[in-house]
Design a protein around this ligand. Sequence first.
Ligand SMILES: [Fe+2]
Ligand SMILES: [Fe+2]
Length: 266
Amino acid sequence: MTLTEAACDVLQTADPDEKVRRTYEYAKHWDEGQITEIGNHLPPDTPARPVRPQLLSPKSMPRRRLGSEAGRIALIHAIAHIELNAIDLAWDIIARFTHEDLPKAFFDDWVKVAYDEAVHFELLNDRLKDFDSHYGEHPAHNGLWDAAFETRHDLMARCALVPMLLEPRGLDTTPATVVKLRRMGDDKTADIMERIGHEEIAHVAAGTRYFNLLAEQRQLDPITTYHTLVRKHYKGNLKAPFNEEARSQAGLSTYYYKPLSNESQT
Ligand SMILES: [Fe+2]
Ligand SMILES: [Fe+2]
């Protein structure tokens, strides 16, 4: 089996628990050298999804308030859904851009990302079970694959939109969520969120690193190219305030995102 075959297999697996299990298995096979070839299996345009959760447009998503237990369950469910998509995003980036001139480290990094996202999904789904809920019980956002689909033709655009724009958003919002959860006495969920927030920094860093590598290969200025690609593929401005510390740890300097923020519109 090649790495891109493994990636496509995960993408075509609809059942979340099985998606997680196969991600662990293939990541182990890659790390231990049972999978060595990248191959050239092309991923599907959209990954397989379970029958539940019901997927709704962002506008029809019920509002969630963190104050009640129901609100907390809805929040955990929403983040679990993001993590499930993130598993597929990692495998998709592995299989979709093999025509680029990429070092082996690229594949090592995204296999690790896929593994992390599977852990994140599992932690959150297990937490839902503590509340007698489970992933699939609530409706979820149908727009999470849009940025992936929109950028399926270009790895630079993919890095710009997903690990350098959507994932850093999680870095911005997580600390406040952790504080709220602790204030409510839910240290268990807070600990999970804190771990996720910390581990996402490496994902943003990987996206930024390969974006910059491609800019160098194509002899483009990374900052202006980032602005061009985000404006082309993303509607709207980036929402301040930013977690500048976490972003800069990931190599994402303010020059990338500040000019695109709602606060820069004077
Ligand atoms: Fe994650
Ligand atoms: Fe991530």
